[in-house]
Design a protein around this ligand. Structure first.
Ligand SMILES: Nc1ncnc2c1ncn2[C@@H]1O[C@H](COP(=O)(O)OP(=O)(O)OP(=O)(O)O)[C@@H](O)[C@H]1O
Length: 298
């Protein structure tokens, strides 16, 4: 598939603080990416560089093969919906849609109006009178209806309730099916979106620690639980990222795919093997004490 964003040895420093460290990866067209990581990991900094809102300190960054800086053609192909997206206070929802229509070449106004209806948004109401959740919903409408070849949602749902978040996921999947484009979704609600994501990028402390197809990542870890001695014997020689003792029991998260021999060994020893969700995996790999994340990152 065609690479539309290419990042090579990218670095960003704020004064002495290195927010992005020697990062290299590419983003392909027509795929849904999850950009995940803890607070302060560097996700927004990276998205701001891709959308040319801030400059890299060093390294290369191209979007559609070009430098995005002051590049009208490139920037009109990107829609960036930020966390706590701000709009002029005196604008009505209708005004936001009208301005967006002029900004995004693929804008679908009819679709925007149907989304406004789905999210129960009042077209005539001014931004200053909208609730936080309603404002987030407006951002989501703009992001979806922009149909921008690169659509970036950075924690788009502050204040948005679970029903509206599910509506977002449903509409995103329906529209993506009909109008494929590249979506980058940055979120802390990993379990909610994990089925949507096709490729996972995890940033930790300014470094890219996972750059992996979602499907293959799903099977890369599992948890084994049972009597401590039997679990210890089971995990001997295996890569582990997390252990949780309780009483005489032990639960350990193992990095690697299970094979038939493992399953047989587990059954014979009364051990329970359970899959690790993407969220659990990201938590284990980014909580600061793991030295085993290279096993997945490579
Ligand atoms: N303008 C700035 N000046 C100085 N430091 C900054 C600036 N912007 C971000 N940082 C720092 O860079 C690091 C990365 O911040 P960034 O906002 O990119 O993280 P994030 O992964 O998006 O976090 P969150 O999930 O909380 O939004 C943080 O330590 C932050 O304090």
């Amino acid at each position: 598939m065609k690479k539309i964003i290419e990042v090579n040895q990218l670095e960003k420093a704020y004064g002495d603080f290195q927010a992005i460290k020697n990062m290299s990866f590419s983003i392909e067209e027509n795929k849904i990416y999850g950009l995940l990581g803890r607070n302060g990991a560097g996700k927004t900094t990276l998205m701001k560089m891709i959308t040319s809102q801030i400059f890299p300190s060093s390294g290369e960054l191209t979007v559609f093969g070009e430098d995005p800086f002051e590049n009208k053609k490139v920037l009109s192909s990107i829609c960036f919906i930020k966390e706590s997206q701000k709009y002029p206070k005196m604008f009505s929802v209708q005004d936001i849609l009208d301005v967006s229509k002029g900004l995004f070449p693929n804008w679908d106004h009819e679709y925007a109006l149907s989304l406004i209806n789905d999210f129960n948004l009042p077209l005539k109401k001014k931004v200053q009178k909208l609730s936080r959740g309603m404002l987030s919903a407006v951002g989501i409408v703009v992001g979806l209806a922009s149909r921008a070849p690169i659509t970036i949602f950075d924690e788009p749902y502050l204040g948005l309730d679970a029903v509206s978040r599910n509506l977002f996921y449903d509409r995103l999947m329906e529209d993506y099916g009909e109008n494929p484009r590249t979506i980058i979704l940055s979120t802390h609600l990993i379990d909610e979106v994990s089925n949507l994501l096709e490729h996972i990028l995890v940033i930790d402390n300014g470094q890219l620690i996972i750059n992996e197809d979602a499907e293959s990542l799903r099977g890369t870890a599992y948890t084994v639980t049972g009597s401590a001695a039997k679990v210890e014997a089971f995990i001997s020689g295996k890569e582990t990222v997390h252990r949780e003792p309780f009483g005489g029991l032990l639960s350990v998260t193992v990095i690697g795919k299970q094979n038939q021999l493992d399953r047989k060994h587990a059954i014979e020893n009364g051990l329970e093997i359970t899959p690790v969700s993407l969220q659990q995996l990201v938590v284990h790999l980014t909580k600061g004490n793991s030295d085993k994340r290279g096993a997945i990152a490579q």
